[in-house]
Design a protein around this ligand. Structure first.
Ligand code: AHG
Ligand code: MN
Ligand code: MN
Ligand code: MN
Length: 340
């Protein structure tokens, strides 16, 4: 066997991106590589801030005293992460438009710094988990502007299938970065001693069926009939089969990460209170749907259509999200069809 053990072959994320680009676009000038590299720098910065949070000289815990366009109270770390990603992205010279959860309007990069990519991102996902040390993350998706465009709203108001790359970083017991540039999903783990993301999950394929469902069960009284029937079936399988386990972190990154690795489903349906669901399409729904599909799973909306095909009307649009192992998502679809 070739002498390529992880111990002696630290395959870094940058090397991986370059190798992918070689496969997909031999004439590429490495611009996407530069952009992805900047994102990893932002992720390392946030990972480092999270590791030291609450200690002397690192005042990133608690509320910022402001709120975002969705009416959520912002945490200090939401704003720190937002600034970090805006700065590292703008400086690459590869971006035309940025969309972030924390800002109402898209950010149009000035001509001297402008490039041809648009990055939509959730700088800090799982804000409610920051102060208690539970896993949080960063989610991002990348579009290329239309030919000749200098960067416009239309370049980011596009369905997720148009993305050229998507990924997330999870600040958990390990710092993971999962990434797709449209040819499968690969996963990297931050080696703190090297300061590098090293490939640990090559060509990730998720299980066709899992044994976990993940949903905020506190909303059960407000669910629609299909969601209620589906969850009831997972708890009390007809014929007395083994029930599914419930796991719900409350950070989409962590709940999706577990779903990618172990299989099962993650759902955030519309309900009587969140009539369009809670998760934001551009920087939560699409990137995760992209990764799940690239890993062989399925991601749909309440009409049982591919989430990646849904058209956004606003950069902060929300949508119901059902994603995970193919057979599990098929079960959800069956319930929607049965309920009419
Ligand atoms: P964010 O912290 O970026 O605002 O995202 C929170 C999202 C997502 O991470 C998670 O899946 C969901 O909110 C949890 O919502 P509930 O607290 O309503 O369960
Ligand atoms: Mn938020
Ligand atoms: Mn989020
Ligand atoms: Mn967020």
């Amino acid at each position: 066997p070739p002498n390529r053990t992880p111990q002696t072959d630290p395959f870094t994320l940058s090397a991986w991106v370059l190798s992918q680009q070689h496969l997909t676009a031999p004439n590429a000038k490495g611009r996407l590589t530069v952009l992805l590299n900047a994102i990893t720098v932002g992720c390392k910065f946030v990972a480092s801030a999270v590791r030291k949070a609450g200690l002397a000289g690192n005042d990133v815990l608690g509320m910022a005293g402001s709120s975002n366009v969705q009416g959520e109270d912002q945490k200090k770390l939401d704003l720190v992460a937002n600034e970090v990603f805006k700065n590292v992205l703008a400086r690459t010279g590869q971006c035309a438009v940025l969309v972030t959860e924390e800002e109402e309007e898209p950010i149009f990069i000035r001509p001297e710094q402008r490039g041809e990519y648009c990055v939509v991102f959730d700088p800090l996902d799982g804000s409610s988990n920051i102060d208690c040390g539970v896993s949080i993350g960063t989610i991002f998706g990348i579009y290329k502007v239309a030919p000749g465009s200098e960067g416009s709203l239309a370049d980011v108001l596009r369905p997720g299938r148009d993305m050229v790359a998507a990924g997330y970083c999870m600040y958990g017991s390990m710092t993971y970065l999962m990434l797709s540039t449209g040819r499968g999903v690969s996963g990297f783990t931050l080696d703190p001693s090297l300061g590098e993301f090293v490939a640990t999950h090559r060509d990730l394929v998720m299980p066709p069926r899992g044994s976990i469902y993940s949903i905020n069960e506190g909303n059960a009284a407000m669910w629609d009939a299909a969601t209620s029937a589906y969850v009831a079936e997972k708890k009390r399988p007809p014929g007395g089969g083994k029930p599914y386990s419930l796991r719900y972190v409350g950070s989409m990154v962590a709940d999706v990460h577990r779903t990618l690795l172990y299989g099962g489903v993650f759902l955030y349906p519309a309900d009587a209170k969140n009539t369009k669901g809670k998760l934001r399409l551009l920087y939560e729904g699409y990137p995760m749907a992209y990764l799940i599909e690239q890993a062989g799973g399925r991601a749909i909306d309440e009409r049982c259509e591919r989430l990646l095909l849904r058209e956004p009307e606003d950069i902060h649009d929300r949508a119901p999200v059902y994603l995970g192992s193919c057979e599990d998502v098929d079960d959800i679809e069956r319930h929607y069809k049965e309920q009419g």
